[in-house]
Design a protein around this ligand. Structure first.
Ligand code: EPS
Length: 383
């Protein structure tokens, strides 16, 4: 089973990821991981921390001569701004920020100094998640799966649905300060972020991840924790500040009759060699997953991120010691981290798809994974 765990505090020595269950023989693309880490640091609306850090990955185990060994893999992303034990530079925090983990964490861990909570609750942890997800991208490449994340709205301002041609997506998104596919909407979103910064406020938004050429048969209807939709939802919902997840048509599906929601099925023999195995669908409202199983259509998921809880003009709160009113704490922070969230979501989805793929194929080595997948697809074409 492919799993990962992260460790590390925001101002500790490093963000660390331990990955278990990766087969041997997978190429490790350090440049690719670093490129994703750099994208995570970027996007319009980021704050002062990102000017300090230059996130790059160091591999401490599980890899030899650029290839995975089948043993646990340790990835480390060092923090330049490491100062967690310096009480002057990381003072104790007694004024909980509404929307952050401060108060809930203080109550849970019986600790009025919320520094002990916020250091781990911080989205700095997502550097390790991105590294873990990006590590698995070459495995997805081997079987032809591509995963693409982008921003669809910021602060209520939406990118339009008129996407450029697929061949221009990467270029368009990577040129966009918001990691969107709509240069026109970027201008409005940038202005909204500037206005929020001016007002001491923050903005959330929605990110979308699409995965193409995902073979059918990943995930399963037989148990809750094997459902691909449930696993993708958990992977996205667990990203800091995410408050909602949708698959395909998502919440809109609840407002339409079945005839307008479910995707007609057809067959085109010319497409038998593709991930669809030739089955065509009039629409993709299911977002590529039916009964928790991938159906060969593109997988489409969205995550809604709330505005960051650290405000330039802090909200009313209390001093947890006296219980008297006091403005919430102010830490250096971002005005908008939605573009960064799209990178985290893209890599989190990549990791889950790699896990579901390996569950389907088994195998200690990449050779077995690809051979087993080919054998399965041959059988599925004959259904
Ligand atoms: C982040 C690092 C943090 C914050 C942000 C994300 O660094 P610092 O607290 O030193 O400024 O910029 O974290 C939060 C939004 C949060 O609420 O904690 C990062 O690396 O992404």
């Amino acid at each position: 089973m492919l799993t990962y765990r992260t460790a590390g505090e925001s101002h500790g020595k490093a963000a660390v990821a331990l990955i278990e269950g990766c087969p041997a023989g997978v190429r490790v693309d350090i440049r690719g991981i670093n490129a994703e880490l750099a994208r995570r640091q970027g996007g319009y609306g980021r704050g002062g921390r990102m000017k300090i850090e230059t996130d790059t990955v160091e591999i401490l185990g599980g890899v030899r001569r650029g290839v995975t060994l089948g043993s646990p893999i340790v990835l480390v992303v060092g923090n330049r701004d490491a100062r967690i034990d310096d009480l002057k530079r990381t003072p104790r925090v007694f004024h909980p920020r509404p929307g952050h983990g401060d108060l809930a964490g203080a109550l849970k861990y019986l600790d009025p100094d919320m520094r002990s909570i916020l250091e781990r609750a911080s989205a700095r942890e997502t550097a390790a998640r991105v590294a873990a997800g990006a590590l698995m991208r070459p495995l997805l490449d081997e079987v032809g799966i591509t995963v693409f994340g982008h921003v669809v709205s910021v602060g209520g301002f939406r990118a339009c649905n008129k996407w450029p041609a697929a061949s221009a997506w990467l270029r368009t998104r990577n040129k966009s300060p918001l990691y969107s596919l709509d240069p026109q909407a970027d201008k409005t979103m940038v202005a909204a972020i500037d206005a929020a910064r001016e007002a001491g406020d923050t903005l959330g938004g929605v990110v979308e991840v699409a995965a193409f050429d995902v073979p059918p048969g990943l995930g399963s209807h037989v148990a809750a924790d094997r459902r691909l939709d449930a696993r993708l939802a958990a992977a996205l919902m667990s990203i800091q500040a995410v408050k909602g997840v949708e698959i395909g048509l998502g919440f809109d599906a609840a407002e339409l009759p079945g005839s307008q929601v479910h995707d007609d099925i057809g067959f085109d023999p010319r497409l038998r060699g593709t991930a669809s195995l030739g089955y065509t669908r009039g629409t993709n409202n299911a977002g590529g997953i039916e009964a928790g199983i991938s159906n060969g259509q593109p997988i489409v998921v969205r995550a809604a991120m709330k505005p960051i809880a650290t405000l330039g003009r802090p909200l009313p709160s209390i001093d947890i010691r006296s219980k008297k009113p006091h403005r919430a704490a102010h830490e250096r922070s971002d005005v908008c981290a939605v573009p960064a969230a799209s990178v985290v979501a893209e890599n989190a989805v990549s990791f889950e798809l790699a896990a579901a793929l390996l569950e389907k194929t088994g195998g200690d080595t990449l050779k077995e994974v690809t051979a087993h997948l080919d054998a399965y697809l041959r059988m599925a074409r004959d259904v």
